[in-house]
Design a protein around this ligand. Structure first.
Ligand SMILES: [Zn+2]
Length: 345
């Protein structure tokens, strides 16, 4: 994978950084992204490091990252990286915010000027940041001044709109963006899953007490046939290679997964926080097979993968797919992970 971000940002925003690194690597960067969630400083770091990667002139950037994210004295960095770092690259970095003015809205004039600048051809990969895209600040006239540019960009262009939630933003803007959910400050520290999937299952009780609202869900979920697989796994100590499951076993597993998925959707629709619901599902699995993971590297690996799957599902749920579709695909991929798990003696 290409190196786009510095290690501390990767640690604090694993899903977001992976998402963009892979988009850049595959040349599938979209023109416009809506960064939602509570962590403004991580949003700035993310968009700045993307801008540096796109414009860095250092030869070794593909191997070791742009000079902006490498350990090196600032004066040794290329001009693009230095200018973007300072927020004053005249041709590649544009900030749309109201900080200089006394009003709290983005002046339409400023949006028009940027739009004019962007209509010129450029050899630079231009990155435009709207720090507060809520409709009170990035209001309709200002948005309109930019919409055409977003739709028909000249050259490589990346718009990053920041907002706390999708609902705050004009739908004309949202509909042109891919939504990228950011983790809140310190959220990964609170998340029980990160610690658990390192095989430290003794942490289960303390993590659960940290999220008391999850406990009743975990108890209910445990009853489901979906977790028969997990119970069987722990019962078979010293399990030999899994025999390939028969077709009918696969069909039953799929059915149980869909039933379990329906339970998750019901919980979300009954106004339970969707992240907590997903966490509860994973915690249930961890409670049942956590101790096996300590002795069995493949099970540990399975739990790490499952944790990643959960993060992806959370990101999906915040986008425009229906909750049912997101959950169905989550449980489907979950049983695929189970099928691929090979436990050796
Ligand atoms: Zn550079």
């Amino acid at each position: 994978m290409v190196v786009v971000f510095d290690p501390s940002l990767i640690k604090s925003q694993p899903t977001v950084t992976k998402f963009f690194s892979s988009a850049i690597e595959q040349g599938k960067l979209a023109h416009a992204y809506l960064f939602v969630g509570g962590n403004t400083s991580d949003k700035w770091l993310t968009v700045r490091q993307i801008a540096m990667y796109l414009n860095c002139t250092d030869q070794s950037k593909e191997r070791s990252g742009s000079c902006g994210v490498r350990e090196m004295p600032p004066e040794s960095r290329c001009q693009s990286c230095r200018w973007i770092q300072e927020g004053k690259h005249p041709s590649a970095w544009f900030e749309l915010k109201d900080s200089e003015s006394t009003t709290t809205i983005i002046p339409v004039e400023r949006a028009r000027l940027i739009s004019q600048e962007l209509s010129k051809t450029s050899s630079y990969k231009r990155v435009i940041v709207v720090e507060d895209a809520s409709q009170e600040v990035f209001h309709r006239p200002a948005a309109n001044a930019l919409l055409k540019t977003i739709e028909e960009p000249r050259g490589v262009m990346l718009f990053a709109f920041f907002a706390r939630t999708v609902e705050q933003v004009l739908t004309t803007v949202v509909s042109r963006c891919q939504v990228v959910p950011f983790r809140r400050d310190g959220e990964e520290m609170l998340g029980p899953l990160a610690q658990l999937t390192q095989g430290r299952s003794t942490l289960i009780p303390s993590c659960l007490s940290a999220s008391p609202d999850l406990i009743p869900h975990v108890a209910t979920m445990k009853e489901r046939h979906f977790f028969d697989w997990s119970r069987a796994l722990t019962a078979k100590r010293g399990l030999r290679r899994h025999d390939a499951p028969s077709e009918s076993e696969n069909a039953i597993a799929t059915l149980e997964a869909l039933e379990f998925g329906k339970m998750l959707v019901d919980l979300i629709e009954n106004e339970h926080d969707m992240n907590s619901v997903i966490d509860a599902a994973i915690l249930t699995e961890l409670q049942i097979i956590g101790n096996t993971a300590i002795n069995e590297p493949n099970v540990s690996f399975y739990l790490v993968k499952l944790n990643q799957l959960a993060e992806q599902a959370k990101a999906q749920l915040e986008r425009y797919v229906t909750k049912k579709a997101a959950i169905d695909s989550f449980v489907q991929e979950w049983i695929n992970l189970r099928r691929n798990l090979v436990v050796q003696v």
